[in-house]
Design a protein around this ligand. Structure first.
Ligand SMILES: *Cc1c(COP(=O)(O)O)cnc(C)c1O
Length: 402
């Protein structure tokens, strides 16, 4: 099959002509510097870029995080780790969740570090390491209260022994994950720190000292509860977004992503006529409307129908009628033209919706909204206001001007 030649239009311009995300790499780096400044100097930094970097694009951001001083990348799945390796990311990569046994041989081959949170997982890693004939590093996950994955603290020593006594396994890390670091009440977090530290001590008394100890996510770093650790794992705050309304990033952090599009059709609706599926909004007087090619299959929640807004021409333009899979209609100001830029979600400085305000309107959190930005939305990366690189996850298109 012939592949269409799309090379006649300059790439950044072509990708900017429809719905696209712009990510500010300068702000991304500053956010990392701010997070690192919140921890003791010898604390290593893991940029957690699972789910395509929370929708912000993992490949470019992994390289950028390395420049900003990250020494680890965290992902959730082997396929996410593989994508980074295939695109030249050489930092240590930890899969922070469980890895199905069938993925382990390939993970070992591509030098990905595994988390192990059960005896079965330890044995599976051990078998695969033995078959590969190479020493494999693992991080032992403790369940200190979240009750998702992990070995209970009282079983930590036995699990650690099983790893260190295996000829092909190396205990590179011991870690846990907080259930409630993004809430006001510090007690659940303090309790988890205590349980983790007891397990750590029991290992130390047996002469087992993993190289990395890590507990904290973004919320715990912001709240100053990193516990007895020398590595932190930050995701949401890399992008300048708050872990929760209760534990917000401070005003020095800057959200890095803005979702933009263009007006594809401008038209006047006669009184009494309705818009979009079900005609859930009707014009009471002649009304100027604009069609924006963005919908719930780009990541804009369908529940924003008739309550959300976009910005064009510096004006707040309410969504009229239902948000469709690929298209949304807004009321536009006088003078708006086809081709005009539309700001859908951003840092809010131009009056646009933010991930936080959308989350409040539709009853979810900013994490879910960012990860909903679909693979067909081009990501354009800027430095000092100019596009320097881009990714289109759907077509695996990637490039840079550097
Ligand atoms: C997602 C995740 C993180 C990052 O959390 P943020 O709240 O985004 O900073 C850290 N650790 C684990 C185990 C995770 O699953």
């Amino acid at each position: 099959m012939a592949v269409a030649d799309v090379s006649t239009t300059p790439v950044p311009r072509r990708l900017r002509s429809g719905t696209h995300a712009v990510i500010d790499l300068d702000a991304f780096r500053r956010n990392i510097a701010l997070l690192r400044a919140l921890t003791p100097p010898n604390t290593a930094f893991m940029a957690v870029l699972k789910a395509d970097g929370y929708g912000h694009g993992s490949v470019t951001l992994a390289h950028e995080a390395q420049i900003a001083g990250a020494s680890w990348i965290g992902v959730a799945r082997f396929t996410e780790a593989l994508l980074l390796r295939q695109n030249g990311v050489s930092l240590p990569i930890l899969i922070i969740g469980p890895t199905p046994e069938d993925d382990i041989p390939a993970a070992i081959e591509t030098d990905i570090t595994l988390s192990v949170g059960t005896g079965v997982a330890i044995d599976a890693a051990g078998r695969a390491a033995q078959t590969a004939g190479s020493s494999v590093r693992v991080h032992l996950k403790l369940d200190t209260g979240m009750h998702r994955n992990g070995v209970l603290p009282e079983d930590a020593l036995a699990a650690a022994r099983r790893i260190v006594e295996h000829p092909f396994l190396e205990l590179d890390g011991l870690f846990t994950h907080y259930s409630s670091a993004d809430e006001v009440d510090p007690l659940p977090t303090d309790d988890q720190i205590k349980r983790f530290d007891q397990a750590r001590q029991s290992l130390a008394e047996a002469g087992i000292e993993p190289r990395y100890l890590h507990l904290a996510n973004s919320a715990a770093v912001i709240a100053g509860r990193i516990g007895p650790s020398n590595l932190i794992r930050c995701g949401i705050a890399l992008h300048g977004l708050s872990p929760s309304p209760e534990v917000p990033v401070d005003e020095r952090f800057q959200s890095t992503l803005s979702l933009r599009s263009t007006i594809q059709r401008r038209f006047t609706l006669a009184p009494g006529e309705g818009v979009s599926y079900g005609l859930t909004w009707r014009a009471e007087q002649p009304t100027e409307l604009g069609l924006v090619p963005v919908g719930y299959a780009d990541g804009i929640p369908r529940n924003l129908a008739n309550i959300g807004w976009f910005i064009t021409g510096g004006v707040r333009c309410p969504i009229r009628g239902r948000v469709c899979m690929d298209q949304t209609v807004i009321e536009v100001p006088e003078g708006c033209q086809e081709g005009d830029t539309v700001l859908i979600v951003g840092d809010g400085r131009a009056g646009e919706m933010t991930f936080d305000s959308v989350a409040e309107l539709v009853g979810t959190n900013n994490y879910e909204l960012a990860t909903r930005i679909m693979a067909r939305v081009p990501r354009l990366y800027e430095r000092e206001g100019s596009t320097v690189s881009w990714e289109v996850p759907l077509t695996s298109e990637r490039g840079s001007l550097d």
